[in-house]
Each structure stands twice: as structure tokens, then as C-alpha cells.
Ligand binder design. Structure first.
Ligand code: KE4
Length: 426
């Protein structure tokens, strides 16, 4: 039988770091990545035959767990009619109507094959529509690997951005301003001085890429007021939160109507499918109608759209998000109760099927506070739980996910494992 390590050694010969996306390499937590051979419901198995309860869910897409029978059946049937045509299909029309029905701010929507394409396109569209070039983002938020968004805060919070990756020209990074998440004073100060040069503010309405951080009361509504007052667009990056925290996404929970929204993950149900959409007058600036070019060979691919349609249909069933939220809280609050009993500082937050777990007494509200959490203790906890057959995201700075098919069996097994691991860690 081949081992995870043997596969990892082989993988690194022809794949940079042995992975096709960096966070999978376990560099933040150490140890050997698990090479997964199959998933079923809330569980996955690795090449050594070890079984895990999965709280990564492919980083969010698998709202209904692995290989959901309804999703697989529909994908098999549509695949037999051909995988891609590079021509419009009725499925895309049905999908656009479904997205608008569930998220009314999407007056029009364009499909892409990844969240990065969706945010990259939304940024270009905002710049084309407003004729302005500055973009505002927040430290700790991740919007995919588009050049304009791989930018970190400059020297002072209100100075222009600096590249946060090799290969991003300083001139381009300088067009992106990076502020502190939840710091509305910085946003007000920036708009007061640069307001007429800002094309858009892009924000994760609930941050999920510095672990999970909730917006402070009034933060999002003030962003809405400031962007409206200065003619800038408000872009909600709901690639992670869309249909994960609620059926209408975070915008339905906070009652905010963004100008544009980006989506991904859940809307593809595990297939490569993402989207951006919003105000009709803005979306009409897109080719072939308007001057902003955007395209994709496999955009709206019938197989991916079919998986997404079934995933969203299942999400619309009665009580799904109430049950999902209850299960997520039972898991995370159960772990925190055990940790505190064992003398560990731990806190948690969750919305729907998305959660944050911190080895920190109180919940953080920005990246600086996130970085104060005890990463080493998290890493020990992660490895211990992995040994116990419980698979969390391999980084202290990532959110976790519960699916609608996680049951009390997984809950009990997870809490029993946590009890054992945390006792050993004391
Ligand atoms: P993709 O290009 O990975 O489909 O989406 C990028 C993206 C955009 N916006 C938000 C809010 C996101 O969370 C993401 C991707 N999230 C990461 C998880 N931290 C995907 C995991 C990975 O990079 O492998």
C-alpha cells in the first residue's frame, strides 16, 4: 500500500510543493498532507485507508457533504449528453434565474470557473463603470490570487498598497489601498481625502480567510453609506459566505444591498463554478454589451451548472440552515467547553455552516488580534485531532465548515476526540 508520504515525495517532483493550491501542503501546521482517495457524506478517506470526519468540505463548496446522491446522479446524467459546448445552454438561464431568486441584488450575473476570476472581473468592471482606479480592501481578507488583490497594507494604513506576492508590479499594487477590517474610522478618513478616486470597496462581509472574523455592528452599513455617498461601488465577496451562512448569503443576514457580489464554492457544489453579478446598469458594461471585456471557455459549463443547481435546490429545503447552524454550534461550542474545562483559552464564532475556532480567550475583530492567537497550540490540536480521525483546515488562519449531512454521530465522535487530545495537551 502506498503511503501519504511516498505520494507527497513523488508529487513534489512534478508539482510545485506537491500541491495544486498552497494551503494543502500543510506548511502552516507541519507534517504530511493527506492524499484523499474518496469522500462520502461528512467523511473522507486517505490513501492509507484512514477515515476522517471532514470539517474542510473542500474549503466550503460541499454544503451537503461528499458525493451527495442527488448531485452525483444529476452530474452523471448531464455528462452523458456532453461535457461542454462553448455555446449558451438552457441550464445557464435557469441558473441565473435561480441566483436572482435567492439573492435579489443579483439583477444580472456572469458565470466564471473560479472565485479568483469572479473577483478579478468584478474589480475590472468597477473600474470600467466608474472610470476610477483605486480599489479598497481589508487586511486579512483574501479575494483570490488576482494581481490587484495580492496587496498588503503600505507603511501607513492610508498609504498605497505594496505587493503581497512576487510578480505583482508595485505600480499596480499602489492602486489598491489596504485598511484594517472593522476600522470604519480609517474608511471614513480615506473617503474624505480620496473618495472621488475610489472605484470600489471589496470586502468579505464575514471574513473567512484570517480564520472567521465577524463584522462589527455598523461596519458594513457604514461601508454602504460611504460608497454610495462618493459614487464608489460596494463589492461583497461572498465566494465563501454565499449560501454557506444563509440561503441569501451574508447580505441577507445583515440586510445590505451591495452593488456587486462575487460567489463561488457552494454554487458549484464541488465543481469549478463561480459568478459575479449585481446592478443591471453596472453589469451592462460587460462585453458583448459594454466596453469591459470578460470571458471564459468553460464559463457556465453544463456539468458544473447542474451540480450547482442541485446543490442550491437542496439548500432551499425547509429548515436546512437552522439545522446546519445548530450542528455547527454544537460542534464548536462543545470543543470550546471541553478546552476551557482543561484550562485552555479558547473561543469560537459561527454562522450557518461556517465557523472559527481560536486558541484565544476572546474573539478577534481584525488581523492583528487574530495573529495574537496561540498558533502553536492550534497546530498541536490539529495534529492530535488528525490522528483521532478528525480533519480540520490545516491552518490556524482558515475558517472551518460543517455540512448538512454531519450528524450527532460525527458530533459525538468529534467531542470524544477533542476530550482525549486536549487532555493529552495539558
Ligand atoms: P478560488 O479562486 O480559490 O475559487 O476563490 C478565491 C476566493 C475568493 N474569495 C474568497 C472570500 C475566498 O475564500 C476564496 C478562496 N478561499 C480559499 C480558502 N481560504 C480557497 C482554498 C485554496 O486557496 O486552496
Amino acid at each position: 500500500m502506498i503511503t501519504n508520504q511516498q505520494l507527497f515525495d513523488r508529487a513534489q517532483k512534478f508539482i510545485p510543493g506537491g500541491v495544486n493550491s498552497p494551503v494543502r501542503a500543510f506548511r502552516s501546521v507541519g507534517g504530511t498532507p493527506r492524499f484523499i482517495t474518496r469522500g462520502q457524506g461528512p467523511r473522507v478517506w486517505d490513501v492509507e485507508g484512514k477515515e476522517y470526519i471532514d470539517y474542510v468540505c473542500s474549503w466550503g463548496p460541499l454544503l451537503h457533504g461528499h458525493a451527495h446522491p442527488s448531485v452525483i446522479k444529476a452530474v452523471q446524467a448531464v455528462a452523458e449528453r456532453g461535457l461542454s459546448f462553448g455555446a449558451p445552454t438552457a441550464l445557464e438561464v435557469e441558473f441565473a434565474e435561480k441566483l436572482n431568486q435567492l439573492m435579489p441584488s443579483l439583477e444580472q450575473v456572469r458565470l466564471t470557473s473560479s472565485g479568483t476570476e469572479a473577483t478579478m472581473s468584478a474589480i475590472r468592471l468597477a473600474r470600467g463603470f466608474t472610470g476610477r482606479s483605486y480599489i479598497v480592501k481589508f487586511e486579512g481578507c483574501y479575494h483570490g490570487h488576482g494581481d490587484a488583490l495580492l496587496v498588503k497594507a503600505g507603511s501607513g494604513a492610508l498609504t498605497f498598497g505594496q505587493p503581497d506576492s512576487g510578480g505583482v508590479p508595485a505600480e499596480l499594487a499602489a492602486q489598491t489601498l489596504v485598511l484594517e477590517y472593522n476600522h470604519i474610522g480609517q474608511v471614513e478618513e480615506l473617503f474624505a481625502t480620496q473618495g472621488d478616486r475610489i472605484a470600489a470597496v471589496i470586502v468579505e462581509p464575514v471574513a473567512g480567510n484570517m480564520n472567521m472574523v465577524l463584522p462589527k455592528p455598523g461596519f458594513l452599513s457604514r461601508l454602504r453609506e460611504l460608497t454610495t455617498a462618493h459614487g464608489a461601488l460596494l463589492i461583497f465577496d461572498e465566494v465563501m459566505t454565499g449560501f454557506r451562512v444563509a440561503l441569501g448569503g451574508a447580505q441577507s443576514l445583515f440586510g445590505i444591498h451591495p452593488d456587486l457580489t462575487t460567489l463561488g464554492k457552494v454554487i458549484g457544489g464541488g465543481m469549478p463554478l463561480a459568478a459575479f453579478g449585481g446592478r443591471r446598469d453596472v453589469m451592462q458594461y460587460l462585453a458583448p454589451v459594454g466596453p469591459v471585456y470578460q470571458a471564459g471557455t468553460l464559463s457556465g459549463n453544463p456539468v458544473a451548472v447542474t451540480a450547482g443547481l442541485v446543490n442550491l435546490h437542496l439548500a432551499g429545503e425547509n429548515g436546512v440552515y437552522d439545522r446546519l447552524g445548530d450542528m455547527t454550534r454544537a460542534v464548536t461550542e462543545g470543543i470550546v467547553d471541553i478546552a476551557r474545562t482543561q484550562g485552555f483559552a479558547m473561543s469560537t464564532c459561527s454562522l450557518g455552516g461556517m465557523f472559527g475556532l481560536y486558541f484565544r480567550e476572546t474573539l478577534p475583530s481584525n488581523l492583528t488580534q487574530v495573529m495574537e492567537s496561540d498558533k502553536l497550540t492550534f497546530n498541536t490540536f490539529f495534529q492530535g485531532m488528525l490522528e483521532e480521525g478528525v480533519y480540520f483546515a490545516p491552518s490556524a488562519f482558515e475558517a472551518g465548515f460543517v455540512s448538512t449531512v454531519h450528524t450527532s454521530v460525527e458530533l459525538d465522535q468529534t467531542l470524544t476526540a477533542a476530550e482525549r487530545v486536549l487532555k493529552q495537551m495539558r
